[in-house]
Design a protein around this ligand. Structure first.
Ligand code: ATP
Length: 309
C-alpha cells in the first residue's frame, strides 16, 4: 500500500510542527525520515497513524482518504520509542495478541522465529516489568514484526539497544520488510541507520521537508547548507571562499598532498581510520587519515569540493 500526504499541516498553538508536507511513499518502499530534534518527525508519524488530528491537508493510504479515520481503521502497525506493552500479560501473550486470528501452531511458529531473531526467546514467560529497557524495546519491535501489516510506522525503534543489537535488529526489520513488501516509514536520528536502511530519505527541519532522495543522491548533492552540514557521518565541512560555500567530504581530503596548509586541531580514532579536524583559514575541515597525526602539527593537504547552493 502506498502512503501519500498532500499539503499536511499540524499546529500546536502558534507553532507549525508540520508545514505543508507533501510526499508519496510507494508500495514496498523503505522510507526514512531524518531530521534534528524537534523537527516534526514524531508528529509526522503520529499524524499518519491517526494519533494527531491534522489542521490542513489530506492523508491517503493506498489512494483511500483516511484523514478522518481513527487509528484502528488505517491498517498500519506502529512501533514507537516508548511503546506500551500490556503490563499484566507475559511477553508471549503480548506477541500473540496481534495474531490471534491465526491458528495456534502457525502463531507459535511466527513467535518462535521472531523471538529467536531478536534474542528474546528466553524472556517469553516474563512480564514487561521484569525486562530491561532494551529488552522491552525488542519485545515491542517483535510485536510489530509478527503481524506483517501492509504499512509499518517506526519511530526510533532501536534507540535503547546496544550497537551489536541495533545492527542485527535493523537487518531483521529490513528482511521482513523486503520479504513481505511492507511500506515502511522509519524515523531516526542515526545517520548510519538511515543510510543502511533507506530506499529514500526525507530530510526534515522545522516542520518542512528540505530534501527527498536516495541516500546516495543526498550524500552527493545536498540541496543547501543545512543538509550538507547535517547529512553523512561525519557531515560535510563547509568553508567559504570567492566561489561561495564549499562542501567537503572527509574522504575527499588528501593529507600529505597539495599546497593547502593547516593545523591538526583534534583527532578521533574510528577503528579503521582516524578522523582529523584541520584548522584552515579560521575554518575547520574534517578529513580521514589512515595514520594518527599529532595535535598541533602543520600538514599539507588537497581536497575536492561541491559548491553548496
Ligand atoms: N503535544 C504537543 N504540544 C505542543 N507542542 C508539541 C507537542 N508535540 C510536539 N510539539 C512540538 O512540535 C515540534 C515537533 O515535535 P516532534 O516531537 O514531532 O519532533 P521530533 O523531530 O520527533 O523530535 P525528537 O527527535 O526530539 O523526538 C517540537 O517543537 C515540539 O516541541
Amino acid at each position: 500500500m502506498s502512503v501519500e500526504l498532500k499539503d499536511v499541516s499540524k499546529k500546536f498553538g502558534k507553532l507549525y510542527a508540520l508545514s505543508k508536507i507533501s510526499l508519496k511513499v510507494e508500495k514496498g518502499e523503505f522510507f526514512v525520515i531524518l531530521g534534528p530534534s524537534g523537527s516534526g518527525k514524531t508528529t509526522l508519524l503520529r499524524s499518519i497513524a491517526g494519533l494527531e488530528k491534522i489542521d490542513e491537508g489530506k492523508i491517503l493510504i493506498d489512494g483511500r482518504d483516511v484523514t478522518s479515520l481513527p487509528p484502528g481503521k488505517r491498517e498500519i502497525s506502529m512501533v514507537f520509542q516508548n511503546f506500551a506493552l500490556y503490563p499484566n500479560k507475559t511477553v508471549y501473550e503480548n506477541l500473540s495478541m496481534p495474531i490471534e486470528n491465526l491458528k495456534k501452531d502457525e502463531r507459535e511458529k511466527i513467535i518462535e522465529e521472531v523471538s529467536k531473531r531478536l534474542g528474546i526467546s528466553q524472556l517469553l514467560d516474563r512480564y514487561p516489568s521484569q525486562l530491561s529497557g532494551g529488552q522491552q524495546q525488542r519485545v515491542g519491535l517483535a510485536r510489530a514484526l509478527v503481524k506483517r501489516s501492509k504499512v509499518f510506522l517506526m519511530d526510533e525503534p532501536l534507540s535503547n539497544l546496544d550497537a551489536p543489537q541495533r545492527i542485527s535488529a535493523r537487518k531483521l526489520i529490513k528482511e521482513i520488510q523486503l520479504e513481505n513488501s511492507i511500506t515502511t516509514l522509519y524515523v531516526t536520528h542515526d545517520q548510519t541507520e538511515a543510510m543502511a536502511l533507506a530506499d529514500r530519505i526525507a530530510i526534515i527541519d522545522q516542520g518542512k521537508i528540505i530534501q527527498v532522495g536516495s541516500p546516495e543522491e543526498i550524500y552527493e548533492n545536498p540541496v543547501n547548507e543545512f543538509v550538507a552540514s547535517f547529512f553523512g557521518n561525519p557531515p560535510m565541512s563547509i568553508i567559504h571562499d570567492g566561489k561561495g560555500k564549499l562542501g567537503i567530504r572527509a574522504e575527499d581530503v588528501k593529507i600529505g598532498e597539495g599546497n593547502y596548509k593547516g593545523i591538526v586541531k583534534d583527532i578521533e580514532f574510528w577503528g579503521d581510520r582516524y578522523l582529523i579536524y584541520i584548522s584552515f583559514n579560521n575554518e575547520e575541515i574534517k578529513a580521514f587519515s589512515s595514520k594518527r597525526l599529532k595535535i598541533g602539527e602543520e600538514i599539507n593537504f588537497d581536497f575536492k569540493y561541491k559548491v553548496i547552493p
